[in-house]
Write a protein that binds this ligand. Structure first.
Ligand code: 13P
Ligand code: SF4
Length: 359
């Protein structure tokens, strides 16, 4: 197998890290919480939240019949829901995915400026050129990309399926042009033992985990196991007892019997981990002191989701509500739907135990 890192890709020099919301905006204001809860119920809106959102937002999803999950599950639930209004608390690609899959539904997001550094690393206008350089390769885009990038891809995949899809494509004799995460690209090349042309993008959070800091934590907590999201560098993955998507890490922490875990993914996941296993200890993995200035393992864009913004999605002025609505141009949507549907079909086939050769 070989990993060929693409060289002529211009990545952003700096990521536009948004200002943090104030402590008041994030704290569990009981009155506001009850108002947003009532609004979701009254407007028959489904709140779909990612594990990385603030605990108060995950609790809101729990108390209103909403959903909390990883990016694959979020896509599936939005599509399968009978409700016509969906509020996606996460980052923009998650809202776009919901809209691509359910164009007839109103898809709202608390903050449309909630980016993802991976998405920012991968401009749609670069794809055509890179595809022309590797015309034989199958383009596999990570879900953390814009609708325009998805529209130019053969497959979409989330971290929960990436190695399985790489294996499947290898079985069909296909080379992979993978975008945009360098670490996940290297992880799938290693695990599926296949050839990957890899985009050099990165997640500001996972790229910052520090292997020597994690080793120090392991020495201090010899009873701890290490859980790692595959957007992390190979040196961090090498320390893991479990590597997987957010849902997969959560599932491992539930069924495993260690008393303590060092967790190399975004801090929001602690809410569900601690809720499922109150007797266990979860420790945030060490972040390298240099690099992007982060508030620990906290995604700056996920942190833009707040109760007040969810309320504005549902009960703001018409102008405010319009500013929360996701729209995707129809030609882009139709083109992006194909690889997304393929991903969902692949996930369903994997679950059933039989994956046809011609998906
Ligand atoms: P999951 O698909 O594991 O939820 O990951 C999404 C993400 O943005 C990780 O940083
Ligand atoms: Fe994107 Fe990283 Fe934030 Fe996930 S944690 S949404 S990959 S920037």
């Amino acid at each position: 197998m070989s990993l060929i890192m693409l060289k002529d890709i211009a990545l952003p020099e700096h990521f536009p890290i948004p200002e943090k919301l104030s402590a008041e905006a994030l704290e569990a204001d009981h009155q506001l919480f009850e108002r947003v809860k009532a609004a979701l119920i009254e407007h028959q809106a489904l709140l779909i939240a990612h594990y990385y959102t603030a605990p108060i937002i995950q609790r809101l999803a729990e108390e209103t019949g909403g959903f909390i999950g990883d990016s694959l599950e979020m896509a599936r639930v939005g599509k399968d829901s009978a409700l016509n209004t969906i509020v996606v608390a996460g980052v923009r690609f998650m809202g776009e995915t919901a809209k691509i899959l359910s164009p007839e539904k109103t898809v709202l997001m608390p903050d449309l400026t909630a980016e993802c550094s991976l998405d920012l690393c991968c401009k749609a206008e670069d794809i055509k050129r890179v595809k022309a350089q590797h015309p034989q390769a199958t383009v596999v885009a990570y879900a953390n990309t814009s609708a325009e990038v998805k529209a130019q891809s053969d497959w979409i995949v989330t971290s929960s399926l990436a190695v399985e899809l790489a294996d499947y494509l290898k079985g069909r004799g296909e080379e992979i042009l993978w975008l945009p995460d360098r670490h996940l690209g290297s992880y799938i090349a290693n695990n599926a033992q296949t050839d990957v042309y890899c985009w050099p993008g990165r997640c500001v959070v996972h790229d910052s985990f520090d292997p020597s800091g994690i080793e120090a934590l392991k020495r201090a907590h010899p009873e701890a196991k290490v859980l790692v999201h595959p957007e992390s560098p190979a040196s961090v993955v090498a320390l893991a007892d479990c590597v997987g998507s957010t849902s997969q890490l959560l599932a491992f922490s539930k069924k495993d019997d260690a008393p303590c875990y060092i967790v190399a993914t975004e801090r929001g996941i602690f809410y569900k981990m601690q809720q499922a296993c109150p007797e266990k200890t979860f420790i945030e993995a060490a972040i390298a002191p240099q690099g992007v200035s982060l508030d620990g393992a906290k995604c700056p864009w996920m942190s833009l989701n707040s109760l007040a913004k969810i309320l504005e999605c549902l009960e703001g002025t018409e102008e405010q509500k319009a500013a929360h609505a996701i729209s995707v141009p129809e030609d882009v949507r139709v083109a992006a739907l194909k690889p997304l549907d393929r991903m969902l079909a692949f996930a369903a086939a994997l679950k059933s135990g039989h994956v046809p050769q011609d998906l």
